[in-house]
Design a protein around this ligand. Sequence first.
Ligand SMILES: [Zn+2]
Length: 268
Amino acid sequence: MKKLLFLLSALGLGLFGCQESKSVKNSPPAGIALSFDDRYVEEWTRLRPLLKKYNAHATFYVTQFDSLTPKEIEQLHQLVLDGHEIGAHGAAHIRVLDWLRGGGALDDFYRYEIEAELLSMRKAGFKPVTFAHVGGQQTWFTDRRLLKDYFILLRDVSMTERRVSLLTFRQPVFAIDDIYYHFDSNPKVHSLLIDQYTNITDAQLKDGLIRAKNTGSVLMLLGHHPLFDSSDEPYAFSVSRLEKLLAETQRMGLKTYTMAELIRLSRR
Ligand SMILES: [Zn+2]
């Protein structure tokens, strides 16, 4: 009996050991996944040298694609050539819950917000496979169809501060589980918003990098308008903060990933 127990435990340890070394060997390195939303194509283009300097790849979620100029479309192609991803963010930037509450038909949401954008983007030579929810709005049934028919990953938003009437709820970056990707093929993810109005600090972002490094995961972050000066525009982030973040990311030996890579590398 003792021999049998020993054999079983040895086998168990052996199996566990194999699985552990396999997952360590196959799991991509820890890192960050940056995404930028809306249609700040001029400013995104000005980010190219900075992203190149740190060998960083990011995802740019474009909305209102039909309103872009030929020059802006060319600039998006340059971003792709640099190794960045261009994702979809809706033809008209429609918040799905507001649309449904206002009496909009679900089929029209797919037709005019999703399919119309995909059609325009594909005609211009892009192949969007991931989608950023507009205004952080989503429903389980629209997500189900978006994943079934159109995209491999849907990205939502997380914040360190949430205001509910007069109360402000705060949570530390290292404690927000859903902003860390573990290469588990999860197609519904959240990125932490770094825009100025969220009051996030460099120290909090560093905490996020440390958790990613220590857990072999990817910290997902997003911003809107890149600011090259010291304006206090709320839905915008400072490029100097982005540079600090990228420098720290490089110093800690962390990689950068596009959103589509998170899924594709999970499936290996
Ligand atoms: Zn947006």
